[in-house]
Design a protein around this ligand. Sequence first.
Ligand code: ADP
Ligand code: MG
Length: 284
Amino acid sequence: MSETESGSETNEFESEAKIDATSTPDVSVEYPLQVDGLRKTFGGITAVDDATFQIENGTLTGLIGPNGAGKSTTFNLITGMLKPDKGTVTFNGEDITGMEPHAIANKGLVRTFQIARELEDMTVLENMMLAPKNQRGEKLWRSVTPGVRNDVIEQEEELLERVWEVLEFFEIDHIAEEYAGNLSGGQRKLLEMARALLTDPDMLLLDEPFAGVNPSLEKRLLTHIHELREQGYTFLLVEHDMDLIMENCEHVIVLHQGRVLTEGTPADIKSNEEVIEAYLGGNV
Ligand code: ADP
Ligand code: MG
């Protein structure tokens, strides 16, 4: 399929993506995300310095490290928000280094975004309808259907159906008519994740998704993440709560001063002296 992202104005409702939150992403690569020698400096600060790691398909992997270790910058480099000075990002076997965020999202690699202020005056349902639509498959679909206009209504219905499925999955369908600005911190996080899921991703990057979320909603969010992981979605999670990481991730990568200090199972990481030292010295 083509990488062309332009000319999508006539078909914002894409018909092929089956994101009913119960379908399995179509990924056959063992390590869908590969980060190799990634580097980013800001003035004199090296935020990410030769970071190299790969993420196994269908896992929930934790990316941890002390404050300023380069976790958020790494996420920004992976998702196209920032361009690396050096290094490559490969997703599903394709070099996506330096691509625009929407192009990367269309390839199935998405991060969650906070609900922007202008969306607070819209309902949950409206927020979902405005979520960026996946355009994967669009080109192919268009080329086999020259007279597309009569299918637009059908596509909109399909989108609406999908929106409701995702809302139900996250158990926020009962607040569909509520204004996004009135949601609790945790409900917002659920909506953010629901919006991300609408783009039909293979892999989701979550940067501190539990910040400001009460314990019962945190539990619910985690349950949904595990359910999605079991369906085959891949997650990379940045989270400062070490216990949460250790209890929920099968693999943990430790960043320190922009580099991978070590990686392994939670048990490996917990007992690693270098990690303990990095954390003790990390905030000075
Ligand atoms: P983490 O998410 O692990 O706490 P960050 O990736 O946010 O770390 O930051 C890594 C380092 O890069 C820090 O020293 C931070 O101050 C610096 N940094 C991050 N973003 C910028 C920026 N836009 N301009 C200048 N320095 C930045
Ligand atoms: Mg951060």
